[in-house]
Design a binder for this molecule. Structure first.
Ligand code: PAF
Length: 281
């Protein structure tokens, strides 16, 4: 498996594959790879001739310096996992200067409010950081397709907006959320859960499923009340539960015909923050 750390090498390798007519897929990651990532790589491998995986813990998307410091990093373990999945993957694992030069700074984008709600409201600057690193990574890798998990559904909408704003020649593909057998969404943060929080964490998804059921014949206010009550006695602390329009992510208080809605949730299990979401209709 090829591991590249500098710009010209990965760009040239991709350009050579393109000259041979290969379709290039790209899966950006921050490492700490798990089965959720594996499902993204496999999704990309089924659809593209060559798949590039980037591993880069992006400093500008962390609004909390402790979160950045404690973010799990194990490049060796990540490379071993990637080798097992497919030794033909191209890996791009740059250092911070390779991406940002001497200015570790986000670009200011106008995402028309998409970045102000939910994750954006609770993690100011997060999506500007995500968009900035993706703009740089897309420019370096120049893929035909890029794959993102729907677990970070708001991120997926931001990426679509970034591509439209920057007119980037890449097709963005959303991939279904990968879950453990007990329903907990796969996440690098799950490895930091205590045993008791790991046992209770599937409650997040079971509550979303119940919310989806209620959404059919109850009001949005009733669904909110149900979720708030459900977490009131739990050791999991609800940060937000939101029902929003699936494409604009606008907060919704009443259902309109022909609109698609999604429920979004963020929960603290001790100091570990977990998010999840579900399509409601
Ligand atoms: O979803 C992630 O892991 C990150 O936000 C991404 C897309 C790799 C950008 O750093």
């Amino acid at each position: 498996m090829h591991v590249y750390t500098n710009r010209p090498e990965i760009s040239n390798a991709v350009a050579k594959h393109k000259e041979n007519g290969s379709k290039i897929g790209f899966v950006p990651t921050m490492g700490a790879l798990h089965r959720g990532h594996a499902s993204l790589f496999n999704f990309a491998l089924e659809r593209c001739d060559v798949v590039v995986v980037s591993i880069f813990v992006n400093p500008t998307q962390f609004n909390n310096s402790q979160d950045l410091e404690t973010y799990p990093r194990d490049l060796q373990a990540d490379l071993e996992l990637l080798e097992k999945i497919n030794p033909n993957l191209l890996v791009f694992a740059p250092g911070t200067t390779t991406i940002y030069g001497s200015k570790i700074k986000s670009i200011d984008y106008d995402f028309e409010g998409l970045n102000m709600v939910m994750e954006g409201a609770f993690r100011p600057g997060h999506f500007e950081g995500v968009a900035t690193v993706l703009k740089y990574l897309f420019e370096i890798v120049q893929p035909h397709f890029a794959f993102f998990g729907e677990k970070d559904y708001q991120q997926l909408q931001i990426v679509n907006k970034l591509v439209a704003i920057e007119k980037l020649p890449v097709a963005i593909i959303g991939c279904p959320i990968s879950r453990h057998d007990d329903g907990l969404a796969e996440s690098s943060r799950n490895m930091r859960l205590s045993q008791s929080h790991r046992e209770i964490a599937p409650f997040i998804y079971s509550t979303l499923l119940k919310a989806k059921e209620l959404f059919n014949d109850k009001s949005i206010g009733d669904v909110h009340q149900f979720v708030t009550n459900a977490f009131a006695d739990s050791t999991l602390k609800l940060e937000y539960f939101e029902i929003a329009n699936a494409s604009t992510l606008e907060h919704t208080e009443s259902k309109k015909a022909n609109e698609l809605y999604r429920a979004f949730i963020a929960v603290f299990a001790g100091d570990v923050r977990l998010i999840d979401n579900i399509a409601l209709n």
